[in-house]
Design a protein around this ligand. Structure first.
Ligand SMILES: [Zn+2]
Length: 215
């Protein structure tokens, strides 16, 4: 009898499954494309943030008019939250995978991305979906209200959090691509995904069209 967690994955690829797709964030083409997308998203978010301040009459030279100590604090907050965000993003992936499977996680950093995976098992689609989208959903829900508050309270910290938000949305482009694959292409709940962190392998039961884009 399988436990609730064990119902979310398989230890071995069941008979009759075949690999339908393999993606690798360390692949040069994939890594470069998704980092360019991330940079473009960050640029768009910052343009929108400056526009919002401008339209609200909050963009003036006194944004940077502060004591040296305040400047150092803002700088520390900026770098601290950037590093903190990346670590927390991966920990949220890990917390989701851990609570749904109880299995051993892997964390790491490559030239193209930070990553978290659960490399020794094949997770069912629902588990993969929740774990992949968890950081995007959680941090978007946390940062949007914070941005609205900071817009009225502090233009400087609004810009700092806007930068982290841009980094967040852009940095989630790989996760959102996997979300797209799991919602648009691999809709069968029997679909299995193996996530080593930078790599994802998708498996479908035999007989199902691996390259189909229809429902
Ligand atoms: Zn992620």
């Amino acid at each position: 009898m399988k436990t609730t967690q064990e119902q979310n994955f398989e230890r071995e690829l069941p008979a009759g499954y075949k690999q339908a797709l393999y993606i690798n964030a360390k692949d040069p083409k994939f890594g470069i494309i998704f980092n360019l997308i991330a940079l473009a998203v960050l640029a768009v978010v910052m343009v929108l943030a400056f526009l919002a301040l401008r339209l609200g009459g909050k963009l003036s030279s006194d944004i940077l008019d502060m004591e040296y100590a305040q400047f150092l604090i803002a700088y520390a907050v900026f770098f601290g939250s950037m590093i903190g965000y990346i670590v927390l993003h991966e920990l949220v992936h890990g917390a989701a995978y851990k609570s749904l499977t109880g299995e051993k996680l892997t964390f790491g950093l490559s030239w193209s991305c930070a990553f978290c995976g659960v490399p020794n098992i094949y997770t069912y689609r629902r588990t993969a979906l929740i774990s992949v989208v968890a950081p995007f959903a959680l941090f978007t829900l946390l940062m949007l209200p914070l941005l609205i508050i900071l817009y009225f309270v502090s233009p400087l910290y609004f810009l700092i959090v806007a930068f982290i938000f841009g980094l967040h949305v852009g940095g989630c482009s790989g996760d959102l691509y996997v979300l797209y694959l799991l919602t648009a292409r691999f809709k069968d709940k029997k679909v299995l995904m193996r996530d080593t962190g930078p790599e994802q392998f998708f498996y479908v039961p035999e007989g199902e069209n691996s390259i189909s884009l229809e429902s």
